[in-house]
Design a protein around this ligand. Sequence first.
Ligand SMILES: CC(C)(COP(=O)(O)OP(=O)(O)OC[C@H]1O[C@@H](n2cnc3c(N)ncnc32)[C@H](O)[C@@H]1OP(=O)(O)O)[C@@H](O)C(=O)NCCC(=O)NCCS
Length: 294
Amino acid sequence: MPETLTLREGYFGDPAAFQALADLLQDIFGIDISHQMNLGGPDPTSMPFGYFDPSGRCVANFSAFSIPLVVNGRVVRAAGYQSGAVRPDYRGQGLYRALMKRAFDWSEREGFEAGILLTDKPGLYETYGFRTVPQFKFHGAVPHADLAVPRARDLDLKQEADLHIVQIALGGRQPVSEIFSVVRQKEMFLLNAHFDQDIRLSLLEEDDAVIAWKPQGDTSLQILDIAARQIPPLGHIVASLGAHFERAEVFFPVDRLGWDGVATPHQGDCVLMVKGLDLTSLAQPFMLSPLADF
Ligand SMILES: CC(C)(COP(=O)(O)OP(=O)(O)OC[C@H]1O[C@@H](n2cnc3c(N)ncnc32)[C@H](O)[C@@H]1OP(=O)(O)O)[C@@H](O)C(=O)NCCC(=O)NCCS
């Protein structure tokens, strides 16, 4: 490690250091995580490990955070890993290897039983026991709701009252699937909804349910996630979003939707990798909701 660099961990309490990480991720990935400050703040469980130069610039980072999962009906205490990057002029010197080791050692000391990450470079993590798992989305015709259903209302995260509604829904949500889903994760849901302007958040007032979705042409829609105390049936949800939708594509396991979609492989930019999780016993295909992406 270059002698001029300082290693810092758990530094989100320092606003300048958080902004330095935001600058690193903006420069490397073109995303601005500082928007989290308008959405309730970063995940309080985050444990970032970073190298900083004498001017306070973050030149490398790798973060762990707590992401409890439901897997086959069981709550699994998992650590997620994110925000991994090294500035080009500091690459090839072992900085990332050192940060990964620190984060994995920390997770082990903290007693996490599993690890999970999303990456376009799976080779980086195989050495540390991570394995790629295939993901599947689900599609099919939409069942018709039996009764007339009230129309959903669109929410706008820039409106404080609407943001509050989404935060409350996320705080009290039922995991969207018993097969594979996050138990509760607010920060990434809000940031992902903020980043992708095509995502619509709609409130089913009578059900206290927030639906993250995208229309696809005139007659199809994608359901990306649902934050609700009780997940409503798919027919009910779709009728609230628009009676003209005939087909749905769902981006999480559909066991709570009262609907059987056809599973097809999901090819995203990144693959899902896990360690410490035996997924061979899972009876059904699954994917991690895009709103839980990190
Ligand atoms: C990938 C990246 C973080 C590597 O940083 P680095 O400091 O150069 O990595 P290190 O020198 O610590 O090397 C660590 C290991 O990763 C390997 N590695 C480096 N770049 C790699 C790549 N692009 N693909 C696969 N493995 C890679 C190295 O060979 C080394 O392996 P070893 O431990 O078996 O010797 C850096 O190139 C980067 O920031 N890239 C752009 C952002 C990115 O892809 N981040 C990862 C997102 S999941």
